[in-house]
Ligand binder design. Structure first.
Ligand SMILES: [Ca+2]
Ligand SMILES: [Ca+2]
Ligand SMILES: [Ca+2]
Length: 176
């Protein structure tokens, strides 16, 4: 178990975890974080971060205050089969994370709205290389950014994603 913290003054950090469970915080700046093995808690913080959980069940966490207007964070190896999870936290003072939409991008873009207003076929998007794109907002500041889970939805994970989204209260209608 290690606690690894990046530079707080907007520097670009490259942080690498140990083979056991780590807590890694990039803080501000555009960071690259690799958790390695173990069940890691990875918090990129502000800036445009690229994070790799590595093997095992990792938690990728954002507080509302980490949302960087116009920014994009990438999770390069999100894998439901390893029980990787996303975690969104309030920053207090009316700053909460609102998930505005969840998109699948594969040969074009299909929008799956959080809250169940959209009606799309998820099956049309199944295949290697489908990205899952969360658009999130800080309800206090109005800042909006994207969180892109690269290649996170592969052929046999349709049901797993259905379950995962529902378990987190992110409902949708998956039919055309
Ligand atoms: Ca950062
Ligand atoms: Ca680790
Ligand atoms: Ca993992």
């Amino acid at each position: 178990m290690a606690i690894i913290t990046g530079n707080a003054k907007g520097f670009q950090d490259s942080l690498i975890g140990t083979a056991s469970d780590d807590t890694i915080m990039g803080l501000s700046g555009d960071d690259v974080i690799r958790g390695g093995r173990g069940n890691d808690l990875i918090i990129g913080g502000q800036g445009n971060d690229v994070v790799f959980g590595g093997l095992d069940a990792d938690t990728f966490q954002w507080s509302a205050g980490h949302i960087t207007n116009g920014g994009i964070d990438y999770v390069a190896d999100f894998d439901l089969r390893q029980n990787d999870t996303l975690s969104f936290m309030s920053s207090g003072g009316g700053q909460n994370v609102e998930i505005m939409s969840i998109q699948l991008e594969y040969n074009g873009t299909t929008t799956v709205a959080a809250g169940g207003s959209a009606s799309v076929s998820l099956d049309n998007n199944v295949g290697a290389g489908t990205d899952v794109i969360f658009t999130v907002k800080n309800t206090g500041t109005g800042a909006v950014q994207q969180i892109v889970l690269l290649d996170a939805w592969s052929g046999n994970l349709s049901g797993a994603w259905d379950t995962y989204l529902a378990a987190n209260g992110w409902s949708f209608t998956a039919n055309v």
